[in-house]
Design a protein around this ligand. Structure first.
Ligand SMILES: Nc1nc2c(ncn2[C@@H]2O[C@H](COP(=O)(O)OP(=O)(O)OP(=O)(O)O)[C@@H](O)[C@H]2O)c(=O)[nH]1
Length: 339
């Protein structure tokens, strides 16, 4: 048996083997692959103990193999050799690694041996008359020419890991967001978030000539409440006020703790008169609902300053007007709304 490394027979067999690789591993074309087989081709696959002692069985194995995994198989051919047995018979030997993939994962099987016995007719292309394939597939179950089940299981594990990781990242992001944009005591937005909302509204107002309003809202005589009942009671009142505000504004409105006992509400698409109504509703509802503490009531009232954006307003201008209105509400006796 002579090893071939050049010459017309070598070239002919090399071309035939390349064609076989293309049809079988790349295109996974059953008919085109079978067309390369000699009518009497038989074979065996040692990896799975498969034998095809008659041509029909070999063709059946090829059909199952190509039909079972229809995507291209990626090959890394390590060695390739041709041996001439007789003038009409050549054996090709290949040692290769091949990889299969599904949507999420890739698996490589190493050291698969493919030996083919080729018949070289006087005319026409070489035909395969004997196949000896050693797939490393006996590890992967009797019925599987490729380790699809194992790949599927690995993919599921990876999917689960990704899912869990995404969930924990989402949770971390949520906690981080809480820390950055929320006030710790009341859970309301803080200045960071309300500043963003104000910026958006100012841009929208100037671009689309839309109006929005703001309400500054401040607890009256809160220092006294703290002094008389303690800081913890003060905290509870702030929390209850936060709840009161959140429960009485629209979903499209944004409320935030501006600082201390002062809150800011931004009301998109709202004219001054409408914003004053909202402020009054909040103020009156709070006034008639004194804070309950251990069986007795602490009357708590609110002062409000309302302003509506005007042409050319920037954030500072509108907040200054609302703040001045709030100052007037305090100066005019508290528990009232000014605009
Ligand atoms: N309990 C509690 N008190 C706070 C908090 N933040 C600010 N305060 C208190 O709120 C009080 C605000 O006092 P002032 O600015 O004098 O206002 P005020 O007593 O409400 O008086 P007017 O606004 O003029 O009606 C201070 O005593 C602060 O210590 C807080 O998170 N918790």
């Amino acid at each position: 048996m002579e090893r071939l490394s050049e010459g017309p027979v070598y070239e002919r067999c090399l071309a035939a083997l390349d064609e076989h690789i293309r049809r079988y591993f790349v295109e996974r074309d059953i008919q085109a692959t079978l067309a390369q087989y000699h009518d009497n081709a038989v074979g065996l696959g040692t990896g799975r103990g498969e034998t095809a002692m008659d041509p029909a069985s070999l063709r059946e194995i090829v059909r199952n193999d190509l039909g079972g995994y229809t995507s291209s198989v990626e090959l890394d051919i390590k060695t390739r050799a041709f041996y001439q047995v007789t003038p009409e018979v050549v054996i090709s030997q290949m040692l290769l690694d091949f990889s299969i993939t599904n949507n999420t994962h890739r698996m490589t099987l190493r050291e698969s041996r493919h030996n083919l016995v080729w018949h070289l007719p006087a005319e026409g292309d070489p035909r395969i008359c004997h196949v000896h394939v050693s797939f490393p597939t006996d590890l992967h179950g009797e019925e599987e020419p490729y380790p699809l089940k194992e790949l599927e299981e690995v993919s599921q594990v990876v999917d689960e890991l990704i899912h869990n990781r995404t969930q924990s990242l989402t949770e971390s992001y949520r906690r981080l967001e809480q820390m950055v944009v929320r006030d710790r005591l009341t859970g309301m937005y803080n200045r960071v978030r309300i500043d963003e909302v104000l910026e958006q509204e100012v841009v929208r107002a100037s671009r689309y000539q839309r109006h929005f309003s703001v309400i500054f809202l401040d607890l009256d005589h809160f220092k006294q409440i703290n002094d008389n009942h303690g800081h913890l009671v003060g905290d509870k009142i702030l929390k209850s006020l936060a709840k009161h505000i959140q429960g009485n504004i629209r979903e499209t409105d944004t409320a935030a703790r501006w600082g201390g006992e002062e809150f800011l509400i931004v009301l998109p698409e709202t004219e001054l008169s409408e914003a004053v109504q909202v402020a009054e509703k909040l103020r009156q509802a709070f006034e008639v609902r004194p804070f309950q503490l251990d069986g007795y009531e602490i009357p708590v009232t609110l002062s409000m300053g309302v302003a509506c954006c005007q042409d050319g307003d920037n954030i500072e201008a509108i907040l200054t007007r609302a703040d001045k209105a709030l100052y007037r509400a305090k100066a005019n006796g508290r528990n009232r709304t000014e605009s």
